[in-house]
Design a protein around this ligand. Structure first.
Ligand code: 13P
Length: 398
């Protein structure tokens, strides 16, 4: 299990002046390539899933694969929701397995950005999940030509950044200092003095969006001034597309697998180049030693029902699965009936939490209280429960 606390991971990078890549993935090829590159470089890595990409893949299915890949990896991994648009997006991301979330309310006025971000922070911190906020505006669209989306870049002001971080409670701040999302014509002009001033005032890990197209020297200058997470996508997508175009050129009759040959390697090469350039190579063991491992916790109740409860057990379980699984930090809800006749307990709940921090959050949540106090406890006086860290080894051969 190489999922680690993302806050600890980025604190390590911040203290040791290197940056971890937040690489957006849009499919299994990206996922496998990014993990393989990080393992070859022995580097910590952030697997990022951007809400703007959800039209290209099924987020729920992609998360299942991402969590599985992170668990069996041999380097420290965090799973991040990139550009989450709302509180609901953040809850969905955490409940599907994200261990960090970004709330992007940067297009809203200052006060509203703070209020929307604060709501996500309050929810996410109740699950021990750190939050990235954005102040200022980074224009452009990932994967496209930046000139096609010329939107006005709004630079982050150091004074406003200090107030924003204090009032919103974010753990990491995405800043706007001249980068844009997507493919750029020429090198962007970065306001490094502004970045240095923000870093001096805040002293927390800073994030750069729109990593594609920056020069080696620019990356180094960013990292020297507190940038600890670099979001990167377009260059990976372009490397994949170039390989597919070459495959199509070499064999115009190539089918899907023919077109995809070498795509993973092309993505992985670019990820490795970034990892080396950003200083993450060889850091995995130090991060694994320092960062808290990310453990899910399971809440198990075995119980017997009185006669009234037995009469409507199926409805009660169905209602519980629905309301409890919507609570922030609840990864899964299982219900069960004993299959052996003589079992001393006839029924069970198994509620999987994103982390240990969710135990009190869940206990005190109004939806849990309402369900437990009205539908469950009155009919289930005979019950025992346990909360435990769920330990699982990677599948044999992984
Ligand atoms: P690029 O696509 O420009 O690398 O930016 C990625 C990004 O910032 C994702 O949030």
């Amino acid at each position: 299990m190489a999922l680690v606390n993302m806050r600890d991971m980025l604190e390590h990078a911040y203290r040791n002046r290197y940056a971890v890549g937040g690489f957006d993935l849009v499919g299994l090829d990206f996922l496998e390539a990014i993990i393989a590159a990080a393992e070859r470089q022995r580097a910590p890595i952030i697997l990022s899933l951007a809400e703007s990409h959800f039209e290209y893949y099924d987020f729920e299915l992609a998360m299942a694969a991402t969590v599985a890949a992170a668990r069996r990896s041999r380097v420290p991994v965090a799973i991040h929701l990139d550009h989450g648009a709302s509180l609901e997006s953040a809850v969905r991301g955490i409940n599907l397995g994200c261990t960090g979330v970004m709330v992007d309310a940067s297009t809203h006025p200052f006060e509203e950005n703070i209020a929307r971000t604060r709501a996500v922070v309050d929810m996410a911190h109740g699950c021990a999940v750190p939050v990235e906020g954005e102040l200022g505006y980074v224009a452009g669209v990932e994967g496209e030509d930046a000139e096609k989306h010329p939107g006005e870049v709004i630079y982050t002001s150091p004074e406003e950044a200090a107030e924003y971080v204090a009032r919103s409670g974010v753990d990491f701040l995405a800043v706007s200092i001249g980068t844009v999302h997507g493919r750029m014509a020429g090198e962007p002009r970065l306001d490094l003095e502004r970045l240095a001033a923000i870093n001096e005032r805040l002293g927390i890990p800073l994030v750069i969006h729109g990593g594609t197209g920056l020069s080696d020297a620019q990356f180094r200058a960013l990292i020297e001034r507190g940038v600890t997470k670099i979001n990167y996508y377009t260059a990976l997508a372009d490397a994949a597309a170039a390989r597919m175009r070459a495959n199509a050129g070499a064999d115009p009759r190539a089918g899907y697998t023919g077109l995809m040959k070498g795509v993973r390697a092309a993505i992985a090469d670019e990820v490795e180049r970034c990892i080396e350039l950003w200083g993450g190579a060889g850091r995995a063991d130090a991060v694994l030693a320092e960062a808290r491992p990310w453990h899910e916790v399971e809440h198990l109740i075995v119980y017997n029902l009185n006669e009234a409860g037995e009469a409507r057990v199926a409805d009660m379980m169905q209602e519980g699965r629905k309301v409890l699984s919507a609570i922030p930090g609840v990864r899964r809800v299982f219900t069960g009936d004993a299959v052996t006749a003589g079992a001393p307990y006839r029924h069970c709940w198994l509620v999987r939490f994103a982390s240990e921090a969710v135990i009190p959050t869940y206990r005190d949540h109004p939806a849990h209280r309402a369900f437990a106090d009205t539908l469950f406890r009155p009919v289930a006086g005979d019950r025992i429960s346990i909360d435990y860290i769920a330990v699982e080894d990677p599948p044999a051969g992984a």
